[in-house]
Design a protein around this ligand. Structure first.
Ligand code: SF4
Ligand code: SF4
Length: 444
């Protein structure tokens, strides 16, 4: 029986490893479709940003209670994985609590500490579930935010229930294990009582040894299969941020938020018009496209941003366009970009890793012009994001395409562009009249 379990476990581990590897490859390849952009300057500053924002979760603590609860789930996830390493080794080698003989009483302390984290994770998940389902936090409501209808709303709840089940499995598994140790059952390495699960032992009072073994094994399998399922599921969901938050914050923009990236082609054209040195002899090469029409026109960092988005909606909750009832939601911009990337990934898979035109584009098929035009470029979304995602950067590039490549700017904008060109100001007054307003201030 033990050998069958061992073979089954190794087979499941192999399949899970293969599926996760395949997903990582698709994600890497689709991010690789993006424009190149150098984000390797100032490594020390980048590293410290990553430590503060991703590892220390600094921006999550802008809302202290949520910050503490999120930190509990995050720390639990990171540290409980040490126990998962033991479970995987146990499964592969057919042993039970492999580390216990080497660590002695420290092992019992360590498992007790993990149990404390498991309880913290369980309580935090319960609070988050209540926030989503009973308190109904506004930014998660599908009735108010269309991007949260259907799967995204369900996804958030499923994963919380999933984590609660996993934590219950690990705690009751330990309790059943302790009872089996008390009974002197062979195969159950003596470790002593664990900090929290010892109080669950009365649940198993009067159980036969056989029933206890069945329960302990069932909880063990539920726990490890749950973790395997989560590892696969994570790569398809917003939970990818658990991993991507780290590179995403490392490669975040270091320039001031208000500083917009100029388009090099336009800068060059202006320099040529003004007779300034362009650095390449003034050779004017017309770019294939102005701005971005599809994901391949965005930078790799924009695409990594899309995969990293947690769908928390803090950006949307702060967006003045959204708050005033406009169609724009920066969270939806990120989710749409990821949806497009997923579709592109499927096309690539069907064509041996090559992307072939599927007749769709990020603009119009996923994100509409109305959404893009509603953006005030205020940067509130960028300021709010807990993992330094920049939805505005994507909006600006898509809008540049609409305006410059498709000449689809509204009339009022075109008038402003005309004024900028002829009057060097957004208004239709000649530069010579600019100080007329101060005429009456002149001394006679
Ligand atoms: S920059 Fe645009 S999308 Fe972001 S908060 Fe401001 S208006 Fe909304
Ligand atoms: S872009 Fe940032 S703030 Fe907006 S939903 Fe995604 S993670 Fe949250």
């Amino acid at each position: 029986m033990a050998v069958i379990q061992q073979i089954l476990f190794i087979a499941v581990l192999g399949v899970v490893g293969w599926l996760v590897f395949k997903r990582i490859r698709i994600i890497r390849d689709t991010i690789g479709l993006g424009r190149s952009e150098d984000r390797t300057d100032q490594p020390a500053r980048r590293f410290s940003t990553m430590l503060r924002i991703a590892f220390g979760q600094k921006k999550m603590f802008d809302r202290p209670l949520v910050g503490i609860l999120h930190f509990a789930v995050y720390a639990g996830f990171l540290l409980i994985n040490i126990e998962v390493a033991e479970i995987v080794l146990d499964g592969a080698t057919g042993s039970h609590r492999l580390f216990a003989p080497f660590l002695g009483s420290f092992y019992t302390f360590l498992i007790g500490f993990f149990e404390f984290l498991a309880v913290a994770v369980l309580l935090a998940c319960l609070v988050f579930l209540i926030r989503r389902s009973v308190v109904r936090v506004e930014r998660f409501q599908p009735s108010r935010h269309r991007e949260m209808s259907g799967w995204p709303a369900l996804d958030g709840k499923i994963i919380l229930i999933f984590e609660i089940v996993l934590m219950i499995a690990i705690l009751t598994m330990n309790a059943a294990d302790s009872v089996l140790q008390d009974l002197g059952s062979s195969h159950y390495t003596p470790t002593g009582n664990f900090a929290f699960s010892q109080y669950l032992k009365p649940l198993f009072e009067g159980w036969s040894e056989g029933s206890l073994v069945i329960y302990e094994r069932a909880a063990w399998w539920i726990h490890i299969l749950g973790i395997f399922a989560f590892a696969i599921y994570m790569t398809y969901s917003k939970h990818l941020h658990i991993v991507l938050a780290f590179p995403n914050t490392y490669f975040a923009r270091l320039t001031p938020k208000g500083q917009m990236n100029n388009m090099p082609e336009i800068t060059k054209e202006v320099k040529i018009m003004l007779g300034l040195d362009t650095g390449d002899g003034g050779e004017n090469v017309v770019p294939e496209r102005f701005g971005a029409k599809d994901v391949g026109d965005l930078s790799w960092k924009n695409l990594m941003d899309a995969y990293s988005c947690t769908e928390c909606g803090r950006c949307t909750a702060a967006c003045p366009a959204n708050l005033t009832g406009k169609l724009l939601s920066p969270r939806k911009i990120m989710m749409d970009t990821r949806d497009r990337l997923e579709d592109v990934g499927r096309v690539m898979q069907a064509n041996h890793g090559k992307f072939v035109d599927d007749g769709k584009a990020l603009i119009d098929d996923y994100i509409t012009q109305e959404e893009l035009l509603a953006c005030t470029s205020c940067n509130a979304c960028v300021q709010e994001c807990p993992i330094l995602i920049n939805p505005l950067d994507i909006i600006l590039q898509l809008r540049r395409y609409k305006v410059m490549d498709e000449a689809q700017a509204p009339n009022s904008w075109n008038m402003m562009f005309q004024n900028l060109e002829t009057n060097q100001a957004p208004w239709k007054f000649s530069p010579g009249d600019r100080f007329n307003w101060a005429d009456h201030l002149r001394q006679p």
